[in-house]
Design a binder for this molecule. Structure first.
Ligand code: NAP
Ligand code: MG
Length: 400
């Protein structure tokens, strides 16, 4: 008997090898066991071109409407892609468009398996990084100062009030100067998305900034974050989620001797740097999932990796591939578990957990794709993409 998924999921199809795997996963691991409706948006590069990218906007709006989406990797066009697919223009990154519409924050969560130990010995559970993806040095203005002169910070109120003018530095010779900003709205959205996701994952929420040095800018982040935490106190308490603010240096030092299982909210630059460190220490891009969380609650799940173009060209030539479907499967299980949570259907959550366990046990049993045989400890047997999905299916069936 198929398990009924009460409300629809928004399904966003994509490109190249990721798209091939997407359909294998659906046909072999989901459709036979689930009675599931999806609201389907095909973001294949050609479909985006035909619709002048309207399909991407529609898909994002559908996630806001239905609350849960699952997305396949998509090509972000560059000049080579415009030529390859004969595109009308170099369309923007779909992830950027969707993130903008949902005002979302991206969380990266590694999948932990025993025979691929993290580089950091104490890490036992996933460390989830929430990166603020607006402002700071990513929307800055910079001047290379050629010689003596005064660098100033000036704010001119729109209501005609007196400008505020501060001297940054009196240059005696050459140097550099930078202006950065952020907005209350964006910081609040970050805090709310982090709170939502920490509650959904039942993990402690950490936030670190350098408020001892930046007593206005970083302190503002700390204060706005704290206000949102206070505003959501009851929900956080009900979920047993603790909030912890500390200096960014202290957060870094603690993370290196922590066991994991936390959501670490980061300012933009910290998140950029730390997410690469954490991802690389957890072993493989194909074991990294990504969740876009809107401050109002809607979530979109995906694999962090791209369309795996090189493997696709091999696939098109009829060569066997050993592409890892793990993060794509976990995008689906993440979305299904969230759907089940929202719908109050624990049997759907249970199916998602069983499928995740089947994947983890397959890898821990030594059966894995090529990317993992390179980094795994102990005996391994390399299988094809299809071979891996087949092995997962066998384990899944033994659990149902
Ligand atoms: P990629 O698709 O992530 O692949 C980079 C390399 O990482 C692959 O060549 C492969 O290495 C390895 N890899 C990634 N995923 C793997 C998997 N599941 N199994 C095994 N190996 C895996 O990144 P890219 O080549 O830079 O980008 C290709 C396209 O994806 C681009 O058009 C880009 O715009 C798009 N992209 C989309 C998203 C998204 O939609 N979220 C994210 C990133 C990139 P080996 O070749 O050494 O085996
Ligand atoms: Mg980075």
């Amino acid at each position: 008997m198929a398990i009924k998924v009460k409300n629809p999921l928004v399904e966003i199809d994509g490109d190249e090898m990721a798209r091939i795997i997407w359909h294998m996963v659906k046909d072999d691991l989901l459709r036979p066991y689930l009675d599931m409706q999806t609201v389907y948006y095909d973001l294949h590069i050609k479909r985006r071109d035909e619709t002048d990218d309207q399909i991407t906007v529609d898909a994002a709006k559908a996630i806001a409407q239905y609350g849960v989406g699952v997305k396949c990797a998509t090509i972000t066009p560059n000049d080579a892609r415009v030529e390859e697919y004969g595109l009308k223009k170099c369309w923007p990154s779909p992830n950027g468009t969707i993130r903008g519409i949902l005002d979302g924050t991206v969380f990266r969560k590694p999948i932990v398996v025993k025979n691929i130990p993290p580089t950091v010995r104490t890490w036992k559970k996933p460390i989830i990084i929430g990166r603020h993806a607006y402002g700071d040095i990513y929307k800055n203005q910079e001047i290379q100062v050629k010689g003596p002169g005064k660098g100033e910070l000036v704010f001119t109120p729109a209501d005609g009030g007196n400008p505020i003018r501060l001297t940054i530095h009196d240059f005696k010779g050459p140097g550099v100067l930078q202006g950065i900003h952020n907005t209350e709205k964006s910081i609040r959205s970050l805090a709310r998305a982090c709170i939502q996701y920490a509650i959904s994952q039942r993990v402690p929420l950490w936030f670190g900034a350098k408020d001892t040095i930046s007593k206005t800018y970083h302190a503002y982040f700390r204060d706005v974050f704290q206000e949102e935490v206070d505003r959501h106190k009851a929900e956080l308490e009900a979920a047993g989620v603790q909030y912890f603010y500390t200096l960014i240096d202290d957060a870094v030092a603690r993370i290196m001797r922590h066991e994991g299982g936390v959501l670490w909210a980061c300012m933009n630059y910290d998140g950029d740097v730390m997410s690469d460190m954490v991802a690389s220490a957890f072993g493989s891009l194909a074991l990294m999932t990504s969740v876009l969380v809107s401050p109002d609650g809607p979530m979109e799940f995906e694999a962090a990796h791209g369309t795996v173009q090189k493997h696709y060209y091999a696939y098109l030539k009829g060569q066997p591939t050993s592409t890892n479907p793990t993060a794509i499967i976990f995008a689906w299980t993440g979305a299904l578990a969230r759907r089940g949570d929202l719908d109050g259907t624990p049997e759907v959550v249970d199916f998602a957990r069983k499928l995740e366990a089947a994947v983890i046990e397959t890898i821990e049993g030594g059966v894995m794709t090529q990317d993992l045989t390179r980094v795994a400890e102990g005996p391994t047997r390399q299988v094809s993409t299809e071979g891996f999905i087949g092995a997962v299916k066998e384990r899944l069936e033994s659990k149902l």
